[in-house]
Ligand binder design. Structure first.
Ligand SMILES: NC(=O)c1ccc[n+]([C@@H]2O[C@H](COP(=O)([O-])OP(=O)(O)OC[C@H]3O[C@@H](n4cnc5c(N)ncnc54)[C@H](O)[C@@H]3O)[C@@H](O)[C@H]2O)c1
Ligand SMILES: O=P(O)(O)OC[C@@H](O)[C@@H](O)[C@H](O)[C@H](O)CO
Length: 428
């Protein structure tokens, strides 16, 4: 039995929530809070976690070695299909926080996430359980506002809409900790690691770095003392989320598409390729020009990213990051470009953004077998089809010319890579 108060309900208990939310909650001083976790789709993680008492090993993987700790903040794990349990958990007076990691798609038209939240909130209103905060931990701009709109769009009862307006807070947050999908090799390799849970089937491997900036919108809502664990509570999360989305996630997407085209498998491999690295630096220069932050802070974030991306022991696969580009590129790349052109229409698209869009175009057309993205244009797409999906307002002659030229350069680099491989093969 746990002595933790089951005050947090989480939807989408994947690797990230277990490396971030659960870890921060374990480190917080004061009352011990627990998480009732629901999977977003497949029940597998809930079943595996339940089979081991919901405890699991968090492996912190630094460039020079691993450390392990057992996380015990998840107090129950349920399949997302268990609707009665979901309603009960959200309606419980113990619960004051609902957190989500449901990917970018979870907020889009066609997702069932908003309706599930509304069902839970309706049960809470009926139970008279009081105020609650819904906290998105997904990589979206103004994720709290996006979540609020998605929830309100799914409500068709005016009384419930009014209740949500008075009783539900939607703080935005910036979350950061590179957490790749756990591999079978990870499961095997932790068996002998001191501090690991015996026989763990669902460990999580993450990097040493962690950051969480959270809007302080919890008036009348109890929450863990996350600030004692290093969480920064702020009035406005905007500059922090822009720093993270435009520098980290933007370059991740660029590395994913360009790196896959040039034959790389992981972020660290791609970062080691001067062609990818110089495109990343160009993209960062373009983002830095639009960021409302002191130069020194941006420079420090860039230095930290070089070190984090180069960690050779974190196998963050480009294929994982490449998924869902049609949802990710508008937020990570196109938003910066739009601001650049608004500020100075003569500036044109920068080389970093042009390379990122060109690489995505070639990814969807020349590597269609790797594409995992329902919103992506098909394998016969031209540059206009690509822009129509991620930047319809930017289908202009200069943008088309720059993206086409960048695509030509990448094709030439690909031919160079293929020729070098053939030659290496001949000499082997
Ligand atoms: N992994 C990271 O490094 C990282 C870092 C920061 C933020 N995030 C955010 O967390 C999200 C999840 O990452 P993860 O590493 O835990 O992935 P994961 O694949 O391990 O887990 C994803 C979870 O989301 C659920 N899900 C996926 N699509 C859904 C949908 N359309 N509707 C409802 N639920 C859905 C899945 O069932 C699963 O429970 C990311 O998309 C991102 O927004 C991840
Ligand atoms: O998790 P996704 O699929 O939204 O994006 C892939 C990565 O860019 C992302 O997970 C980063 O690793 C993460 O945002 C780091 O904090």
């Amino acid at each position: 039995m746990t002595d933790r108060r089951p005050g947090i309900v989480h939807l989408g208990i994947g690797a990230f929530a277990r490396a971030h939310l659960a870890w921060y909650t374990q480190r917080a001083d004061g009352n011990r809070w627990g998480i009732t976790a629901f999977t977003g789709r497949s029940p597998d993680v809930a079943e595996a976690l339940s089979a081991q008492g919901c405890r699991y090993t968090l492996v912190t993987r630094a460039a020079d070695g691993d450390t392990a700790e057992v996380i015990d903040t998840v107090v129950a794990a349920r399949p997302g299909t268990d609707d009665p349990a979901w309603r009960r958990a959200v309606a419980s007076a113990d619960t004051t926080i609902v957190t989500l990691t449901v990917t970018e798609q979870g907020y889009r038209t066609g997702s069932d996430v908003p309706a599930r939240l509304v069902a839970g909130l309706d049960a809470r209103r009926a139970a008279g359980a009081g105020r609650i905060a819904l906290v998105s931990l997904d990589n979206l701009t103004h994720n709290g506002d996006v979540l609020q709109s998605a929830v309100l769009d799914a409500v068709d009862d005016d009384g419930l809409r009014d209740w949500i307006g008075s009783n539900v807070a939607f703080p935005s947050s910036m979350v950061d900790r590179i957490t790749p999908a756990t591999t079978d090799a990870d499961v095997t390799s932790i068996a002998d690691l001191p501090g690991a849970l015996d026989g763990d089937r669902v460990p999580v491997v993450t990097e040493p770095f962690a950051e969480w900036v959270l809007e302080d919108r919890f008036a009348g809502i109890e929450r863990p003392a996350w600030e004692t664990a290093g969480v920064r509570l702020v009035e406005d999360v905007t500059p922090y989320e822009q720093r993270k989305l435009w520098l980290l996630n933007g370059s991740h997407s660029l590395l994913a598409y360009l790196g896959l085209l040039l034959g790389h498998e992981t972020v660290a491999d791609a970062m080691d390729d001067p062609r990818c690295r110089s495109a990343v630096e160009q993209l960062w220069d373009e983002a830095a020009a639009e960021l409302p932050l002191p130069d020194a802070e941006v420079a420090a974030a860039r230095r930290a990213l070089v070190e984090r991306f180069a960690n050779p022991r974190i196998r963050h696969t480009l294929r994982q990051i490449a998924s869902g580009g049609s949802e990710k590129l508008p937020v990570r790349i196109v938003e910066v470009l739009r601001r650049r052109l608004d500020r100075d229409p003569a500036a044109g698209i920068g080389p970093g953004a042009a390379t990122a869009l060109a690489a995505w175009w070639l990814h969807v057309t020349e590597q269609s077998e790797l594409v995992s993205d329902a919103g992506a244009p098909g394998p016969d797409s031209d540059v206009h089809d690509v822009l129509r999906v991620v930047a319809p307002d930017l289908d202009t002659t200069p943008v088309v010319a720059a993206v086409t030229a960048a695509a030509d350069r990448i094709r030439t680099e690909r031919r160079g890579t293929a020729a070098a491989r053939t030659e290496e093969g001949a000499h082997a």
